[in-house]
Design a protein around this ligand. Structure first.
Ligand code: AMP
Length: 214
C-alpha cells in the first residue's frame, strides 16, 4: 500500500507515521528527516538545503524531487511506502504522479491531517527530539522521564532550530501559501481522506488506521 500523508507543521504526521508504518509493514519516507540527514552528513544537496530549512522555507523542488524518486524506486520498498512531508506543493504532487506512472505504481491513500493554528504552535514550540534515535517528546504532553534525555536510548534531546518561535511563523505561512493548495489538488480523488488531528495521539491514530483501511 502506498500512502501520502500531508498537513500543517506540528499536526503530528511524524509521530503517527512511525506507528502506521510499523503496523502496515511499509517503508517510511519523511522528507524533513531525509533533508536533515543530508545536512548532517554535509553532502552538496544538504548544504544547498540548509539555508532554506533554517529560514523555514521550502527547499527547491529539483532537490527534493530527485531525492524522493531515488528512494521510492529502490527495490526494498516493494511492500509499499508512506510519504510524510512530500509532496509539499502542487508541482511536487505533479512530479510525484509522473514518477509513479513511469514506474507502474500508484497512490492508494492520501490522508490530510488538520488542527487549529493555536494547537500547532503549542505542539511545535514544546517539541523535543532525540539526537541519537530521532524519537520525539513534548515538554508538556509527553515529557521524557529524565529531563533532556531520551527514554528509549539515553541520547540527548534538542529543540529543532526551525521549531523556535521566530521560524515557526514563516513555516505556517509557507504551509498556507504552498502546501494547503494540495487539498484542492487531491480532494476529488477516491483515495482522499480527511482527518481531524485535534485529539490525543491514540485517538487520532485509531482514526488514521480507519481512514487508511476504509
Ligand atoms: P519537516 O521535518 O517536515 O517539518 O520539514 C523541515 C523542513 O524541511 C521544511 O521546513 C522545509 O524547509 C524542508 N522540507 C521538508 N519537506 C520538503 C518538501 N517536500 N519540499 C521542500 N522542502 C521540504
Amino acid at each position: 500500500m502506498n500512502i501520502v500523508l500531508f498537513g500543517p507543521p506540528g499536526v503530528g504526521k511524524g509521530t503517527q507515521s512511525d506507528n502506521l508504518v510499523n503496523e502496515l509493514g511499509i517503508t517510511h519516507f519523511a522528507m524533513g528527516d531525509i533533508l536533515r540527514a543530508a545536512v548532517k552528513s554535509g553532502t552538496a544537496l544538504g548544504l544547498k538545503a540548509k539555508s532554506f530549512m533554517d529560514a523555514g522555507k521550502l527547499v527547491p523542488d529539483e532537490v527534493v524531487i530527485g531525492m524522493i524518486e531515488e528512494r521510492i524506486m529502490a527495490p526494498d520498498v516493494e511492500g509499499g511506502f508512506l510519504l510524510d512531508g512530500f509532496p509539499r506543493n502542487v508541482s511536487q504532487a505533479e512530479a510525484l504522479a509522473v514518477m509513479l506512472e513511469k514506474h507502474g505504481k500508484q497512490i492508494d491513500r492520501v490522508v490530510f491531517m488538520d488542527a487549529p493554528e493555536a494547537m500547532l504552535l503549542e505542539r511545535l514550540t514544546g517539541r523535543l527530539i532525540c539526537k541519537a534515535c530521532g524519537f520525539g517528546f513534548h515538554r508538556h504532553y509527553s515529557p521524557p522521564r529524565e529531563e533532556g534525555r531520551c527514554d528509549r536510548c539515553g541520547g540527548d534531546l534538542y529543540q529543532r532550530d526551525d521549531d523556535k518561535e521566530e521560524v515557526i511563523g514563516q513555516r505556517l505561512e509557507v504551509y498556507a501559501e504552498q502546501t494547503k493548495p494540495l487539498l484542492d489538488y487531491y480532494k476529488a480523488l477516491p483515495a482522499f481522506r480527511r482527518l481531524d488531528a485535534t485529539g490525543e495521539m491514540p485517538a487520532v491514530y485509531a482514526e488514521l488506521i480507519e481512514a487508511v483501511k476504509s
